[in-house]
Design a protein around this ligand. Structure first.
Ligand code: NDP
Length: 486
């Protein structure tokens, strides 16, 4: 697999190093080895990208939606044609199993592009209203240059989830992927030229969050900011963007419950809880990291859960059959390790995992990697830090509840409110529980089941605004009301 020797910014239809000449290392977390270097962009590069995007906006924003959709479809075709290359880059960059990148991340990136192509073709942005006295038309026009900032856990998947609706709606884009995982976003910049996107429509700037990301947020002529990442970073973004009156959507962290009732299909709930807890090494904002199980089946479920988790195959992300790859970085592994130590100090009982794997148990190629064994902990109250703070790694707590009321109370005992998954044999019970859960997303007998038309996002410290479907298209447009006498 050819990893590029250097990753540069993609500005105005061509690759450019940072104006300052600064570079940083890109590391494969599964091996600990440096794989290439990357431009470390700053405010001057962001200004270049914004200027290119502003020039391109004049024509792009005026182009018929069907033509923009056509280009998004062509880009989706290219993502699919490059599936193997993109999946491998994603795996090397993030440590996730290649099989997961191949079956989930990259196909879903293509489907994001296709979905918004289709959505904008069908979209009727303008509205008409009449009363006895007045006739009004609401016209929606693209908002201008959009700043799209995305995280490392699902790199191309979440990058496209932001840029696709922005481009479909007629915005041009300055996008900033995470410095941990720049490779597929860089590849997408180049593929956008191959698809026929005009120069300046999609610009990608690489670099550190507090420099490059912060410059995107602070630029006075980037009026729309969409951000996915940590809650603390989201708060910082609001502090800058708020006084500038920018439109901001924030998709932030989660501490999500998996709720298993006694009447659930035991096997389906078990598989669902393992997948929800540990897919992508638990590094998905939607992961169910607090498993709540009704008391009548608690011990049986807990024991079966631990057995399944212990059996997850931890190994080289590039090898077929690996179910758990490396964490995204050594620094993140240190954070996860500290969180597990804190859980022990809080009185938690580690039922499996709780440490990095022995080097000898790993294939030689990845012995320097940022690994952590999938970990299950019981015996902790809901109020403790382990159950309140996001760990964003392969660490799940499990605890019993008595009835529906207690399940809902425990689930809602969180400052986050992103996603819950509920397992029950009764759809009516699932719906009744869903009504009372303080979360933006609830799955019944499922996890990460997507319909891209429905609003996606959280409440409380999990964010502001919703992505997905027409919500996203509306976000990237500015309405204007025109009224005249009837
Ligand atoms: P961060 O908040 O650290 O980073 C997210 C992005 O913001 C990265 O591109 C980062 O750049 C950039 N960034 C960092 N600091 C700033 C700043 N001051 N101004 C502007 N941009 C900045 O999150 P992680 O990448 O660590 O991702 C993990 C977090 O994301 C978790 O909390 C997780 O729950 C959340 N998340 C939420 C999702 C949702 O949909 N709600 C989905 C996926 C993740 P750099 O990496 O270069 O520092």
């Amino acid at each position: 697999m050819q990893v590029p020797a250097r990753i540069d910014n993609w500005i105005d239809g061509s690759s450019r190093p940072a104006r300052s000449g600064s570079v940083m290392d890109v590391v494969d977390p599964a091996t600990g080895a440096r794989v290439c270097s990357m431009a470390a962009a700053g405010a001057a590069d962001v200004a270049d990208a914004q200027a290119a995007a502003a020039r391109a906006f004049v024509a792009w924003g005026a182009r018929p939606a069907a033509e923009r959709a056509e280009l998004l479809d062509r880009l989706a075709d290219l993502v699919e044609r490059n599936l193997e290359r993109l999946a491998t880059l994603e795996s090397i960059d993030s440590g996730k199993p290649l099989a997961l990148a191949r079956s989930v991340d990259i196909p879903r990136a293509a489907s994001n592009l296709r979905f918004f192509a289709e959505a904008v073709r069908a979209w009727q942005p303008d509205e008409e209203y009449r009363t006895a006295h007045a006739h009004s038309r609401v016209i929606r026009r693209p908002a201008g240059v959009a700043g799209c900032i995305s995280p490392w856990n699902l790199p191309l998947y979440l990058f496209t989830w932001k840029i696709a609706p922005a481009l479909a709606a007629g915005c041009t884009v300055v996008a900033k992927p995470s410095e941990e995982t720049p490779m597929t976003a860089a590849a997408l910049g180049e593929l956008s030229a191959e698809a026929g996107f005009p120069a300046g429509v999609l610009n990608v700037v690489h670099g550190r969050g507090p420099e490059c990301g912060a410059a995107v947020v602070a630029h006075p002529s980037i009026p729309v900011i969409t951000f996915t990442g940590g809650t603390e970073t989201g708060a910082r973004i609001m502090q800058t963007a708020g006084p500038m009156f920018k439109r901001v959507a924030l998709e932030l962290g989660g501490k999500n419950p998996t709720i298993v009732f006694e009447d659930a299909d035991f096997e389906a709930a078990l598989s669902g809880a393992v997948r929800a807890g540990f897919q992508n090494q638990g590094q998905i904002c939607l992961c169910g990291s607090r498993v709540l199980v009704q008391r009548g089946i608690y011990e049986r479920f807990r024991d079966a859960f631990v057995e399944r988790v212990r059996a997850l195959r931890v190994g080289d992300p590039l090898e077929a059959g690996t179910e758990q790859g490396s964490l995204v970085s050594q620094a993140h592994q240190t954070k996860v390790s500290a969180a597990v130590e804190r859980a022990r100090a809080e009185g938690g009982r580690v039922l499996c995992g709780g440490r990095a794997p022995d080097a000898a148990a790993l294939p030689e190629r990845v012995r320097g990697g940022a690994y952590w064994l999938p970990t299950v902990i019981d015996g902790l109250p809901m109020g403790c830090a382990t159950n309140q703070e996001e760990i964003f790694g392969p660490v799940v707590t499990i605890q019993p509840f008595d009835d529906d009321r207690e399940a809902v109370a425990l689930a809602n005992q969180s400052t986050f409110g992103l996603a819950a998954n509920v397992w029950t044999g009764s759809h009516a019970r699932g719906m009744a529980v869903a009504e009372r859960l303080e979360f933006g997303i609830v799955w019944i007998n499922a996890w990460l089941l997507r319909d891209l038309r429905v609003p996606f996002g959280g409440v409380k410290r999990s964010g502001v605004g919703r992505e997905g479907g027409d919500e996203a298209l509306r976000f990237f447009t500015e309405p204007k009301s025109v009224t005249w006498p009837a």
